[in-house]
Ligand binder design. Structure first.
Ligand code: HEC
Length: 150
């Protein structure tokens, strides 16, 4: 039989081991996601992002690129959505009434290309779709994520 002192000591050792393990796990998790980037690298990331925003801005305002036709009506996205307004990228995915189905932002971009614009839908994973998405999110930065909202 263990005496009271030994039992107490065992309990203390168990607590210390558990706390240390939990702490070590937390530190490892945190460090795995916290690789610090130097300012030059951060600038390169921002430049790469803004390049896509500018490309999307151009497409949104009626610019074209080879191989795509976003509109056959002469209307650009920006004519109905000035300053990228009323597109609510932070509310997607959601059930979309116009399509009668659950839709992502990319589905909705293609809906507007096909319906109001009477253009030709673009590859959902293509470069132009990514650029349009970048511009639309950038224009609505600061909005609180609220998927499913109407
Ligand atoms: C002729 C006007 C018109 C043009 C041009 C137009 N849209 Fe729309 N757009 C609409 C209408 C109408 C809706 C549906 C409004 C609603 O959901 O309340 C809509 C909705 C959207 C939505 C979803 C908004 C939401 O919250 O559900 C997105 C995203 C969108 N448009 C993107 C685009 C993009 C990208 C283009 C250009 C390729 C474009 N639109 C061009 C009229 C237009």
């Amino acid at each position: 039989m263990l005496n009271t002192k030994t039992k107490g000591l065992l309990a203390l050792v168990t607590v210390v081991v558990c706390v240390s393990l939990a702490f070590a796990f937390m530190v490892n998790r945190a460090s795995a996601h916290k690789v610090a980037h130097d300012s030059e690298t951060l600038q390169a990331f921002t430049d790469a992002f803004m390049e896509q925003v500018i490309r999307g801005d151009n497409l949104f305002h009626g610019g074209t690129e080879p191989g795509i036709n976003l509109s056959n009506t002469g209307m650009a996205c920006a004519m109905c959505h000035p300053f990228s307004s009323d597109i609510h990228p932070h509310e997607f995915p959601k059930f979309q009434e116009q399509m009668s189905e659950f839709a992502t932002l990319r589905d909705m971009i293609n809906w507007c290309i096909e319906k109001p614009n009477e253009g030709e839908i673009i590859d959902p994973d293509g470069e132009q779709m990514k650029a349009l998405e970048a511009y639309m999110y950038w224009s609505n930065r600061g909005s609180v994520l609220d998927p499913g909202r109407h």
